[in-house]
Every structure is written in structure tokens, then in C-alpha cells.
Design a protein around this ligand. Structure first.
Ligand code: SF4
Length: 236
């Protein structure tokens, strides 16, 4: 089947959220982006720094940093490929699924653990975005199995949480000539490996995408009500 369109693992993850809005998704897919999508880049800079710290540690010590011990016997890492090389065509739906994982670690048995770094407060599965991260990581596993990273034997979120309590603020060493130092504490949250769920999400995406008109607004969404008011005002 020829490819009909591409979706990123991240956007596919959004489909798994309990508050997922098919209308928003339809608009986003057909408009190829939405306005007012400005997010502070600092979080991705910290995630990327965490990834480089881990890789540099492996290069220097040929072993995993101590706080990744929960992931088992990790012997190394493979640089995550660009999304153009980390993609797969799902023959059932004709959708190309792609993405770039934050980290791909290699276990002693040569299987792979795919990780995603999150700069956020660690709340074991209480994070309301957890279903999205879970689906995103499983989408990476789905792709990885087709793209030279088989077998994938584990998935995990690595939360790096800023340490900003009073004790940290009172430490002399945290205030320097140039500014200040902030510690981050790392927590590993294993995610269940279930890439077979991805086919169902892709089928849902295809069904929504191919609708001729956008689906109805999500019930009770205040933003859509505001938009309707705005349209009513400008069309008077
Ligand atoms: S209902 Fe809400 S989430 Fe859905 S399209 Fe409207 S504004 Fe977006």
C-alpha cells in the first residue's frame, strides 16, 4: 500500500490521552500545525543535556550511570537515528510512523531499551500525560523492531527533577561567581512493552484523518465555545 501520510510517535501518543479531541487532531493533521504552539525550549535543552551526560559517561566508564541501574545490565548505547531513518510504513493503514527516541541503550544480551528523558517532577504514573508517553515509547519500540533495533526488550521514562528545596537553596556551593547551580535528581520509571497496541492507534488515526469534515467539538471544551463566540462576533 502506498504511504498516505506521516505521523510522529509523539503525535500518535496524544491519541492515547483520555482527553483526546478528534476534532483538534483532525485540524492539526490537515493544517500541518497549529498557531500558538510556543513552548519554552529550556526543557528540551535539559533533556538533551541529560542524554549527552549519559552518553559521555558510557564513553568514559564503559558502564551505565548508577541511576540507570534499574534498567538491568546495560553495556552501552546506540546513537538514536534521525527520524528519516527511524521510521516504518504500517502496511495495514498506509501510515508512516516516525520519530527520534531520546536514548537507545543496549543490554548485555544485545537487546535494546528505549528511553525518553523528561524534565519534570517525578510522580510514579500519576503524571496525567503518562498515557501519551507510554504510547510514544511503544511507538518507538514498534519502529525499532523494523529498523535494525530488534529486539526491543524494555522501555523507560527517565525523569530528571530539579532539586529546589530550601536545603538546596541554603547550600553555599550552589551559589557561584557566575550564577547558581541546580541539582537534578533522576528517577527511572519502567514502561510496559506492548507495541501491538500501536496498530489500534494507527487505525484510529486513519479513520479520523480520512473524514471529509472535522469531527464535532469535544463536549464541554471551553476553548471551542470561546472560538464559536469569536466567530459570531466577527461575522456580525
Ligand atoms: S473541542 Fe477543544 S480541543 Fe477540540 S478542537 Fe475544539 S478547542 Fe480543540
Amino acid at each position: 500500500m502506498p504511504a498516505s501520510f506521516c505521523i510522529s510517535a509523539e503525535n500518535l501518543g496524544a491519541v492515547a490521552l483520555p482527553g483526546f479531541c478528534p476534532r483538534c487532531f483532525w485540524i492539526q493533521m490537515h493544517a500541518e500545525g497549529l498557531p500558538y504552539q510556543i513552548f519554552p525550549g529550556i526543557f528540551s535543552s535539559i533533556d538533551s543535556y541529560g542524554k549527552r551526560l549519559v552518553h559521555a559517561w558510557f564513553d568514559r566508564h564503559q558502564s551505565a550511570p548508577p541511576w540507570l541501574a534499574g534498567l538491568g545490565d546495560i553495556k552501552g548505547y546506540r546513537p538514536p537515528p534521525h527520524f528519516s531513518k527511524f521510521s516504518t510504513l504500517d502496511r495495514e493503514t498506509g501510515i508512516v510512523l516516525r520519530g527520534t527516541p531520546d536514548g537507545i541503550l543496549v543490554r548485555r544480551d544485545d537487546s535494546h531499551v528505549i528511553v525518553d528523558y523528561k524534565t519534570a517532577k517525578f510522580t510514579a504514573r500519576q503524571d496525567e500525560l503518562f498515557p501519551m508517553y507510554d504510547a510514544q515509547l511503544n511507538a518507538y519500540a514498534f519502529i525499532g523492531e523494523q529498523c535494525g533495533f530488534s529486539p526491543v526488550s524494555g522501555l523507560a521514562l527517565v525523569y530528571t527533577e530539579p532539586v529546589t528545596d530550601n536545603a538546596a537553596a541554603a547550600k553555599d556551593g550552589n551559589l557561584t561567581e557566575a550564577g547558581f547551580v541546580m541539582d537534578f535528581s533522576a528517577h527511572v520509571l519502567p514502561v510496559d512493552l506492548a507495541p501491538q497496541r500501536i496498530s489500534k492507534l494507527l487505525a484510529k488515526v486513519r479513520e479520523i484523518y480520512h473524514r471529509k469534515r472535522p469531527p464535532e467539538s469535544r463536549q464541554g471544551c471551553k476553548d471551542c465555545a470561546l472560538l464559536k463566540n469569536l466567530i459570531a462576533v466577527v461575522s456580525k
